[in-house]
Design a binder for this molecule. Structure first.
Ligand code: DGY
Length: 321
């Protein structure tokens, strides 16, 4: 059976697939164009795909032999789950293995934006620093501040729990209460508006769904403190990026740490010119442990799908009922 892998992933995953299947990997280190993707999957029995591949009805119509699609990501807004379910095609994602890496990156962005690390680094590299000064690069203190966590799923919870060492007051918003955050941190579940109004740092950890698109829009940014820092490691469209550019420019909020963008690989016009934003290129899960774990998970999911078994991280388990 033939597996098509839409972009090179860590060997840890490919090594699991090779003994069982004829594995073809996109040799270019870039996303496939739509036409390339469709051409490559025509005769595939299984596809290991990325968040940059749109997996929809056209793909299912083309890959008529495919017995499953394993996403190399925990987020799966690139996949039409309802359509796959209708056709009884299994889909999977890679939860858990990137929780720590993503939570750590949210902290890296929070610290960098709060303490103006990137701006300071640029001044040092430019050779323009004239020596210590009482008013230079003054940022926000983290210890004892109020942390607002939007979404208390796997990553939001891991991010929140890491605040323990900084003695922060933790607010969170979610449909469901998180007993662990409440017991271990004394976290309080509040409305989104209360969280935005009271938090010094706001970090977004919700999946992209119709209800979360532009969850952080101009009005939401307007509710935040002028000294607040926004962090987004979830999905770009959860934040209205044009509104964020205006808010950072006009001093509506103090700073932002952003890993994900509305129209990747581009950032919204004006964002990169702002000194008070720290930007990373959707690399929150980019640690050796996490990316190897994602590769292993995606491979194991695909192996199960092709054997006719329910994959461990199935997104549409109802098709097996
Ligand atoms: C994911 O897995 O959804 C991340 O965005 C990339 O690792």
């Amino acid at each position: 059976m033939k597996i098509y892998v839409t972009r090179k992933i860590p060997e840890a995953g490919l090594a699991l697939l090779r003994p069982h299947f004829d594995v073809e990997v996109n040799p270019e280190d870039r996303p496939l164009s739509r036409a390339e993707l469709l051409a490559k999957i025509v005769d595939a029995d299984g596809v290991l795909c990325l968040l940059t591949d749109r997996i929809d009805a056209e793909v299912f119509d083309t890959a008529t032999k495919a017995r499953g699609f394993a996403n190399y990501a925990v987020g799966y807004d690139n996949m039409d789950v309802a359509e796959a379910t209708r056709r009884k095609i299994p889909l999977s994602n890679t939860p858990d293995v990137l929780t720590t890496a993503t939570a750590e990156m949210a902290w890296a962005l929070l610290f960098s934006a709060a303490r103006r690390v990137v701006e300071s680094d640029a001044v040092m590299r430019s050779g323009e620093w004239k020596g210590w000064g009482p008013l230079q690069f003054i940022g926000q203190e983290i210890t004892g501040a109020t942390l607002g966590v939007i979404g208390s799923g796997r990553i939001g919870k891991a991010f929140a729990l890491k605040s323990a060492g900084f003695g922060m007051k933790v607010l969170y918003t979610d449909e469901y209460p998180c007993a662990e955050m409440e017991e271990r941190l004394g976290a309080r579940r509040v409305s989104l508006n209360e969280l935005l109004e009271q938090s010094d740092f706001v970090s977004v950890h919700v999946p992209l769904m119709p209800g979360t698109r532009h969850l952080i829009d101009e009005a939401a940014l307007g509710r935040m403190k002028k000294t607040a820092v926004l962090v987004n490691t979830s999905r770009g469209p959860v934040v209205d990026e044009a509104a964020l550019v205006r808010a950072l420019h006009d001093g509506v909020i103090a700073a932002a740490g952003i890993d994900v963008y509305e129209a990747e690989p581009k950032a919204a016009e004006g964002l990169a010119a702002l000194p008070n934003v720290v930007m990373t290129p959707h690399t929150a899960s980019a640690t050796v442990v996490s990316r190897n774990g994602m590769a292993v998970k995606a491979a194991n999911n695909l192996i199960a799908m092709l054997a006719g078994r329910r994959p461990p991280d199935c997104l549409n388990p109802e098709i097996y009922l």
